[in-house]
Design a binder for this molecule. Structure first.
Ligand code: ZN
Ligand code: ZN
Length: 213
């Protein structure tokens, strides 16, 4: 299956968020995770993969992960999926919305509200929604075999900020310990910011996960 897998990472927007284009060559189908900015670059990258994008999944609702959502929605016609508890972030405030000093075209309402355990299918590849509240109430991770997309829940040697309204440090640590650190060591982590890592490396070297901070 690995030869068939496309995972393309683009660093987008003023806060350098990771946007992933993920799909299967054989199925010709893919999804976009977190279109956080630079819509034109994302659209060009989608064209390069040749994938038909059927769903756009948001790891959470912060602007640095959704600023190019309207653009990518418009271009692909893909359904938008976000956890029910973060759906408010997409609510229209006129033609343009703004969050944390980032202004962006207000996206259309989401097509699918996600919950713990939901499955997103790309061809015959299944992604399971893991609800990991803490950074935001509706933060999710997406698990597919030995790969997990962690949004702003877990980074390489770091964790998402909990200084935002609605964030909870206690909940974030709990989510990481009970929902991510229970995965096998060789699970590859694709975070919302920065380079990829593994569950094993974070279990060993991430001081927030270890608890010595
Ligand atoms: Zn965030
Ligand atoms: Zn972020």
């Amino acid at each position: 299956m690995d030869d068939d897998v496309i995972i393309k990472r683009l660093v987008v927007g003023s806060l350098s968020a990771n946007c992933y284009i993920v799909g299967l060559k054989s199925a010709g189908e893919g999804m976009v995770i977190d279109p956080g900015g630079h819509g034109q670059d994302i659209r060009r990258a989608i064209d390069e993969t040749g994938l038909d994008i059927t769903v756009i999944v948001l790891s959470h609702g912060h602007s640095d992960h959704i600023a190019a959502l309207y653009d990518v929605q418009d271009r692909t016609g893909a359904a938008v999926a976000i956890h029910a508890e973060d759906a408010d972030f997409l609510e229209g405030r006129g033609a343009y919305s703004s969050q944390f000093g980032i202004s962006y075209p207000t996206p259309h309402p989401p097509d699918r509200l996600l919950r713990e355990g939901d499955i997103i299918e790309i061809g015959d590849w299944e992604f399971t929604v893991i609800h990991t509240p803490g950074h935001t109430p509706g933060s999710i991770c997406l698990l597919a075999g030995d790969r997990v997309f962690t949004g702003d829940t877990l980074f390489r040697r770091g964790i998402g900020t909990t200084l935002m309204p609605g964030s909870s440090r206690r909940q974030l640590i709990e989510s990481i310990r009970t929902r991510l650190m229970t995965l096998p060591d060789d699970t590859i982590v694709y975070p919302g910011h920065g380079r990829e890592t593994t569950i094993g490396a974070e279990r060993r070297d991430n001081r927030y996960v270890r608890g010595d901070w």
